[in-house]
Design a protein around this ligand. Structure first.
Ligand SMILES: Cc1ncc(C[n+]2csc(CCOP(=O)(O)OP(=O)(O)O)c2C)c(N)n1
Length: 574
């Protein structure tokens, strides 16, 4: 039988090392689905929502660094993909989406389910092209793959159902080389300037991000020479925090005071591979030096006095031999001491004895951290679960952490856990889910059962969209529209074929988590956590403090004095 375009698509994907495809079928996808069925090398991961499929593919790509694939049928199957693809694209992970399209001869007629994928996906992809005839294959698909891999992001191939079923004109993949991995280093002259700037600074702080992945040794050696505390951005946590005697935690909206202190008290800030977005957390008077692989990142978030283009590992390796040992460790010591105190303050809040009535989410996160496997993969929902993950999960070089840290979409944790578990069958995968986040893509609980994925879901049940509630309060607005009338998630889990475990008191937290983690299959633990838990940034501005007082005044005037007691207990400015 002649090879169809759809068969050729699958051949190319197999040649590119793709092992699974996340999707939900539809008639425009029938050709592709049939070609996948015919091969043993690729697995069809049947998702219940295309957005979840895109998140799952993004998680796989993040964990492996390799291409991952999701698919959606024409029209709504395409548009459902969008939010997940935005997340993949903004997290810079290589994901290919095959967006099935209506019959090619109907395009432009306003046909049933017609959309224009080239427009629809334009903002969340580096490459998006329609295949309108078999001769374009496999070249268009290969360009899409090469673009996703080399530009780190999403590519979309829009494939009309009829074209997928037509005979292919080429026989197989055209590209047979491994993914190129060039190293990039600033010029010798630039390295000399970089070394000079650092050699004459005494109080240096390093701010590192996800661009430090794979350069842990170099980073630690650098910090030792510069006697520099290292602050990390959220996406850098899994690569920077572990085995790091210079670690002073995070700054920013999720961080805590020691990261802020180290950033604000340096005379030179050295930013490495980070796109940390909050300008208000950057020092005003320090010299700012930035190293990034992408030149277009230089100066995006703060003024930059010296900017360099290079990958972290190569640049630091080259730089290190030119650096002198900083003789002053006063800044480092002060920053580490600040960190010690901040950490102790955070740990103090993460307790839960049998005499306490309420369960602090911090305590749940801390116990989870203690009980989870040394190589666990965590995902955390946008909302307060991300804060608890940032502050209480300890990374160790083996553990991984997934989130929607750049796009900031709710409902990321469960589908990312699906992608993590599907691609890493032997690993413990834990989703730290918000009650709002879980509900948003809850249909994909069914995927856990259908594909026998033993993901553990920990639901932080605070009966509210708590993060937004806190934002409203901080802005001096009375919280509104944040209340959640929740179901019993354990019953939903059981109905979906998972183990459901509920918790009522703090002393039940550890046994419940241990039981779920040990369980040989998917499990959900529902934990009612304290709603008014403070997760404010490490430092807040006068304006925010003022707004918070306005909230209190409004709350008193509207007869909600009970909340004030709760909130007033918390020292916002610590
Ligand atoms: C798709 C989407 N909708 C809305 C928001 C705004 N938002 C950010 S966090 C959040 C609350 C999340 O609630 P939940 O999952 O229950 O977590 P919690 O903060 O309550 O722990 C909302 C509504 C968003 N980030 N993404």
């Amino acid at each position: 039988m002649a090879k169809r375009v759809a068969d050729l698509v699958v051949d190319v994907l197999i040649g590119a090392g793709v092992q699974r495809i996340y999707g939900l079928t539809g008639d425009s996808l029938n050709g592709v689905a049939d070609a996948i069925r015919a091969r043993r090398q690729v697995q069809w991961v049947h998702m219940r929502h295309e957005e979840a499929g895109a998140f799952a593919a993004g998680a796989e790509a993040h964990l492996t660094g390799k291409l991952a694939v999701c698919v959606g049928s024409s029209g709504p199957g395409n548009t459902h993909l969008i939010n997940g693809l935005y997340d993949c694209h903004r997290s810079r992970v290589p994901v290919l989406a095959i967006a099935a399209q209506i019959p090619s001869y109907e395009i432009g007629s306003g046909y049933f389910q017609e959309t224009h994928p080239e427009h629809v996906f334009a903002q969340c992809s580096h490459y998006c092209e329609l295949v309108s005839q078999p001769e374009q294959m496999p070249r268009v698909l290969e360009i899409a793959i090469q673009t996703a891999l080399s530009r780190h992001g999403v590519s979309v191939v829009a494939l009309p159902g009829d074209v997928a079923l037509r005979d292919a004109t080429e026989h197989g993949p055209r590209l047979r080389f491994p993914e190129p991995k060039p190293t990039v280093c600033p010029s010798e002259e630039e390295i000399t300037i970089l070394a000079e700037v650092l050699n004459r600074s005494k109080k240096i702080t390093i701010l590192g991000g996800a661009g430090c992945a794979g350069a842990h040794d170099e980073l630690i050696e650098l910090a030792g020479k510069l006697r520099a505390p290292i602050v990390h951005a959220m996406r850098g946590k899994e690569f920077i925090e572990y085995d790091n005697p210079y670690d002073v935690g995070m700054t920013g909206l999720l961080g805590f005071s020691s990261g802020y202190f180290a950033m604000m008290n340096c005379d030179t800030l050295l930013m490495i591979g980070t796109d940390f977005p909050y300008t208000q957390f950057f020092p005003q008077d320090a010299t700012i030096v930035q190293i990034d692989l992408r030149g277009e990142q230089l100066g995006r978030r703060s003024k930059v006095d010296f900017g360099f283009v290079g990958d972290t590992k190569t640049t630091l390796r080259t730089l290190l031999s030119k650096l002198e040992q900083n003789g002053s460790d006063a800044h480092l010591k002060a920053s580490l001491e600040h960190y010690r105190q901040a950490r102790a303050g955070l740990d103090e809040r993460a307790t839960g004895g049998s005499r306490e009535k309420i369960i602090h989410p911090q305590y749940v996160a801390r116990v989870l951290d203690e009980l989870a496997a040394p190589d666990a993969v965590f995902s955390c929902d946008v909302g307060t679960p991300t804060i608890w993950a940032a502050r209480y999960l300890k990374m160790n070089g083996q553990r991984r952490l997934l989130g929607s840290f750049t796009h900031g979409s709710m409902a990321n944790a469960l589908p990312q856990a699906i992608g993590a578990q599907a691609s890493h069958p032997g690993r413990q995968v834990i989703s730290m889910s918000g009650d709002g986040g879980l509900a948003m893509l809850m249909g994909d609980l069914l995927t856990l059962r259908q594909h026998q994925l033993p993901v553990k879901i920990i639901v932080f049940k605070n009966n509210s969209l708590a993060f937004v509630e806190l934002e409203m309060k901080a802005a001096g607005i009375l919280d509104y529209g944040t209340e959640l009338h929740n179901p019993d998630f354990t019953k939903i889990a059981e109905g979906a074929g998972l183990l459901g475990v509920s918790v009522e008191t703090p002393d039940q937290v550890a046994p419940a988590l241990a039981r779920a983690l040990k369980y040989d299959g998917p499990a959900l633990v529902e934990i009612p956590v304290h709603r008014q838990e403070l997760s404010m940034p490490p430092t807040i501005t006068y304006a925010q403090a003022k707004d918070f007082s306005i909230f209190m005044l409004k709350a008193v005037l509207s007869g909600r004095g009970d909340e004030i007691v709760d909130l007033a207990r918390v020292n916002l400015l610590r």
